[in-house]
Design a binder for this molecule. Sequence first.
Ligand SMILES: *Cc1c(COP(=O)(O)O)cnc(C)c1O
Length: 470
Amino acid sequence: MDNLLLRKIPKIDVLLSSPILEKLCGKYPYALVKDAAQTFISEIRRDVISGRVKSVPSAAQAAEEIASRLEAGDIYSLKRVINATGIVLHTNLGRAPLGKAAAARIAEIAEGYSNLEYDIDLGSRGSRYAHIEKLLCAVTGAEAAFVVNNNAGAVFLMLNTFASGKKVAVSRGELVEIGGSFRIPEIMARSGAELMEVGTTNKTHPADYEEALDAGAEVLLKVHASNFRITGFTESVDIQTLAAMARARDALTIYDMGSGLLFPGESLGLMQGEYPAGKAMRDGADLISFSADKLMGSAQAGIIVGKKELIEKLKKNHLARMLRIDKLSLAALEYTLKNSVSPDLAAENIPTLKMLTRSESQCLDDAHTLEKAIRASTLRVETQVLLIDDEAGGGSLPGVTFPGAAVAVSVEGMEAAELEEKLRRRRVPVIARIHRQAVLLSVRTLSAGDHEEIAAALSEIALKGGGQGK
Ligand SMILES: *Cc1c(COP(=O)(O)O)cnc(C)c1O
């Protein structure tokens, strides 16, 4: 570490009292300018500590750079990124991408007024749920439907409405944690339900549930093992068996399906099919819920479908108002549902499904196109097209890989980690993974236009070279 260089980094108060930043404080909130200056200083510090730079900018240069970042709109924290990880439902990258058509629907509804809760025929108050209820019933075959903020909320609402103060049987193999903040045992406790663990981690038999019913269980809850797979000696009880047992005892069957595919996997050409929502209905589940922004490929929402009288009760729970879906998600959801009436239409118009169903040879062609775009913009980047395995991600289809393709890129004199970081810290960040000393750009998750942006980014990075700062 170069202590002398570290001491040369402009101090925050010097920067803030520079004429350029003082002027900027008249335009933007002081806290914002200060934050931009602090971010800039810590970036320089990091580069000095890592030995990546041999000089630091003067106070005047730094102030100018900070000002240009603020003026360029870098004040947005939430921004578009290019996902080159090949993980289609990347929870950290916003899960399902909606694509142009769904986004246009959101923009249209967002821009002005809408009939969100207005019945145009009657000229009086309507229901926000009316816009998607019929479609949801059509695509799942359910009697009735409801939608909330997200699936965690949906599970909570179902349990709070039907299991508060009651015993709920759940297999020990299904007491899952999703994404660190959603744990079935805790959600149950908060909803007022009393958890009855049945079976073991790897095996649960019908007799285990029978025992729970004998001991007073009034709800059988099945939870989809969304983000892991237990292999080897395993056994679980299917929804049909659970529903038959529950019905015989006047108990309810609730199924948290998690990723919630609307079609049999085979119909989409996905190697291993997930159990579709419609089948869970036909198999006799009373209520099922799933996320709208996982395999369904829509905006963030929690879908609940099932028996009419149960859905009516859910709607009357005061918690439903706190979990209500907003109009922008609703606009996206209506678009997705309209395009979910057949697997072919869905695979064509819903980006998540389109990406998941991209074949290896399509990916390979696309990887060659990306390689060409990179080569056309720079000769300083080494490229190699590779076959790789992509994943669905986002707590969906665990253990299932999707044969795809990537371009491995490297720049002479630059470590893969440095190249990965430089791609990531661009105005439009390119998120990639490192594999065997090269940065891998998977093409499955790229959209139109991303190729050129990646090529331009690589060309700029390679021109500046490694070890000399940004
Ligand atoms: C993803 C998931 C949830 C949480 O859904 P969100 O829409 O993220 O709130 C709950 N249960 C299961 C089984 C899941 O896979």
